[in-house]
Design a binder for this molecule. Sequence first.
Ligand code: HEC
Ligand code: HEC
Length: 315
Amino acid sequence: MRELKILAVVVFFSLLTYYLVEPYAHSQMHKHVEGHNFVYTGEADIEEASKEKKEVKEKFWSEVKTIAALKGDPATGEAGFGMCMGCHNGAGINMGGVIPPNLDHAGAIYDKNYLIALIKDPAMASNVDHKYADTMTHPMGSIKTMFTDNQSIADVVAYLMTKKAGEVTPKEAYEEACGRCHAMRYAKLTQLGETPKFKHEKDALAYKIKVIDEQDAVKAYMGKLPPDLSIMIRARSEHFMETFVENPQSQLPGTSMPRTGLTEEGYAKVEAYLEEVGDPSKPKREAVGPWVLGVFFIFTILAYLWKQSQWRDLH
Ligand code: HEC
Ligand code: HEC
């Protein structure tokens, strides 16, 4: 029975560490950030805002709410969308810091409220308005002069929600939401997209220079080069990633990374891609785990029975 007592003590201290000590240490080291279920109503922004900014933000988000209540007409919106295509045209040209993302699945990955806010005022929507204090303008800032009335914003968003929804792969979601800023070495992705294979060393080098130029532009825009995300999913907890993407300011106050306005499903796709690239053995590991534990369990019983049979005659 001594073994059982020892086992009980070991189990007790393991559980104590796991459920009490570790979470306590964790809560002391990281401030807890509440998620908002990927709903974009500006609540957190208003709460965080300085006294002078509070009123402006309240007004902004209440206007977004008004527009969200309008019935948009997708057919009219399609014409308005032509103006977006001036920049979001897949030409791969850097515009004021980054290459505007492909909008092919905008209706599938972005939240409706967020899209309305983005067209109304990109810096406010992304919660990076602190970066644009009078001197600089957001690279998508001219949108404010193109869509000045509420109905035309509602129309173009209705168009996005009906015509640009549909299936999106994890990789597409990642490229559209994060790829213009972050590289992923493990997936051969840079800010220019997938690195092609070159026959000649010279062409590979010329391409490399293009990548460096693009990274320099992103760096100048963001103040620093956004980190490679290849193994970020293993370095940061699930909760951190989720709340950070939902509102980067909540975890890194003052950061230049914009909020991206993903829906819960949109983020799930991005996360799936980060996992596929950074932790490809996870599904296998998770499938094997219960079997390994089962085998250990059976061996423990066998070892115990064997010991009993060996010692029986000595008692
Ligand atoms: C417009 C550029 C931009 C976009 C788009 C962007 N990021 Fe970032 N990201 C940054 C910058 C800049 C940093 C560095 C932030 C800092 O250190 O202040 C960063 C940092 C990060 C970090 C590291 C945070 C830490 O703890 O240091 C993670 C994780 C991250 N981004 C994930 C994402 C994901 C996921 C997406 C897509 C949903 C995304 N980012 C889209 C610019 C961007
Ligand atoms: C003047 C050029 C320009 C125009 C016009 C423009 N955009 Fe953009 N858009 C950009 C740039 C540049 C970015 C990337 C900004 C960044 O990452 O900081 C962007 C980003 C976006 C994003 C990603 C935002 C995020 O948070 O991840 C969406 C969605 C978007 N635009 C939708 C639209 C829609 C819809 C229209 C038309 C109603 C439009 N854009 C018009 C330049 C433009």
